[in-house]
Design a protein around this ligand. Structure first.
Ligand code: GLC
Length: 462
């Protein structure tokens, strides 16, 4: 029986992968690297870092160039950028303590400044007083500590003379720019990131600008995969992302995974996606920025996993190279929660119960994990699971719970008080693989809770 299931899973794998985008319409045979994609989906939780000389002003990276900080001033900030307290080992240890499994850092944001030693520009870290290759130190340290290393690389470059979209009142005439030269520059730098820093994820951004085309996107995708086959590339390499919800809907476009921004992706366990969300409100460091509570952070992680996605939680380091202590503490608290509840997050996929305001579910092998953000009353009522039998129900880290399973539903008896006020995880042990269950709507709606619209995000074109 077990063999049979494995065979079925194997047979269904190529079909699943076929539904993915990969190289877009120009490269119909170039699919995402399935093994790497799967491995990355298992990791579930990563750190996003937005950093650069702009931390000297505390304004938003890229966007404040020419708007809040005059262009001339912004472009010269690097001359003062000297983050002497930067320590790759401290950062990566923080990532590990948070229970995060990968990191993505801004190699270059829309402002064009490069935090590595690039052969192709002087607008880089080697021209700053710091003169240390930040990317190299981080990439080495990530590899040393077993953290997957990736780079956010902006396609938009408002500083480069040949990039053809202007921003922030930049007076340079567009006619003097040659986008082809810029694309060469972009490709050369991407090659550096891959060859010299061995980046495993190319996380592009800025693709929405007029300067960038669908053709450029597909070409860049092919170029990158030709250099490193098992790299992952987000959907912002091309034009298909569909706004902030970030869900590419057609294989016309290149990209391996979707990128909802500042929101939790909708329920799409069949599609690889990752929500990027800031721990405070700004991507780059801002003094006294509002920080999310532990409850919001943990529930955001669980909701993302429950919808089938990853969470890329962003911090903005300070001008001296440190990350704010309160942010380090918050991440550590998440790590503490994950130490005892990680089983219900890592290596899981979303569902089979569709997310509700008060609960989500994840599954792995023969277990379903129900994450309760508040108790629905004395009984938790779940759909009936067809012919799949529930063997036991228990708190992830504790006692068994009594339950009754009928054709129509499963009723689990709950105590008066939640065991964890942020997220009480209940594990259902089944007699077969949970992945064989179709997604199901939870009908119970506790008083004062709203229903969630699951179909809002996208209609997949097959
Ligand atoms: C946006 C912004 C940018 C940020 C990114 C992260 O598209 O342009 O500042 O880096 O989102 O997703």
């Amino acid at each position: 029986m077990k063999k049979c299931i494995h065979l079925l899973l194997l047979l269904s794998l190529p079909l699943f992968i076929d539904a993915q985008w990969g190289g877009g319409e120009a490269n119909p045979d170039l699919k995402p690297n399935a093994e790497m994609l799967n491995k990355w989906q298992d990791l579930k939780f990563g750190l996003f870092v937005h950093w650069g000389p702009v931390s000297l002003r505390g304004t938003e990276i890229g966007w404040s160039r020419g708007t809040k900080v005059p262009i001339e001033e912004y472009d010269n900030l690097y001359k003062e950028f000297n983050p002497v307290l930067f320590d790759a080992e401290t950062w990566v240890s923080m990532i590990k303590a948070a229970g995060m499994k990968y990191m993505i850092i801004t190699s270059k944001h829309h402002d064009g400044f490069c935090i590595w030693d690039s052969e192709f520009t002087d607008h880089d870290i080697m021209s700053s007083p710091f003169k240390r290759d930040i990317l190299k130190e981080l990439s080495d340290e990530c590899k040393r500590q077993g953290v997957l290393f990736g780079t956010y690389h902006s396609i938009a470059d408002w500083h480069h003379p040949h990039y053809t979209t202007r921003y922030g009142g930049d007076p340079r005439p567009v006619e003097e720019s040659d986008m082809k030269l810029y694309v060469d520059y972009l490709k050369n730098q991407v090659k550096e990131l891959i060859v010299r820093y061995d980046t495993d994820i190319m996380w592009f951004d800025g693709e929405w600008e007029e300067a960038w085309t669908h053709e450029y996107g597909m070409d860049l995708y092919e170029y990158i995969r030709g250099m490193k086959n098992d790299i992952l590339i987000n959907n912002r390499i091309d034009k298909g992302r569909q706004g902030m919800m970030g869900m590419t809907s057609s294989s016309k476009y290149a990209g391996d995974f979707c990128t909802p921004e500042q929101e939790i992706g909708a329920f799409h366990p069949d599609i690889p996606w990752e929500s990027c969300i800031t721990i405070c409100t700004q991507w780059a460091w801002k003094p006294n920025d509002d920080m999310k509570s532990l409850k919001e952070c943990i529930q955001t992680l669980a909701r993302t996993a429950g919808g089938g996605g990853n969470l890329l939680l962003n911090v903005g380091p300070m001008l001296d190279g440190r990350i704010e202590q309160r942010q380090i503490d918050r991440l550590e608290e998440m790590g503490f929660w994950l130490e005892t509840n990680g089983e219900s997050i890592y290596g899981t996929r979303g569902g089979p119960f569709k997310p509700a305001e008060w609960m989500v579910s994840t599954h792995k092998e023969r277990r379903i994990f129900v994450h309760l953000f508040s108790l629905p009353g004395k009984e938790l009522v779940l759909p009936g699971l067809n012919k799949t039998k529930i063997l036991t129900v228990k708190y992830l880290n504790g006692n068994d719970l009594t339950f009754k399973q009928t054709k129509e539903n499963v009723i689990i008896n709950l105590p008066e008080e939640p065991v964890d006020t942020i997220n009480t995880v209940i594990a259902l042990e089944l007699n077969k693989e949970a992945a064989t269950l179709e997604p199901m709507e939870v009908v119970q709606i506790p008083e004062g809770m709203k229903e969630i619209n699951h179909t809002a995000a996208m209609e997949t074109e097959k």
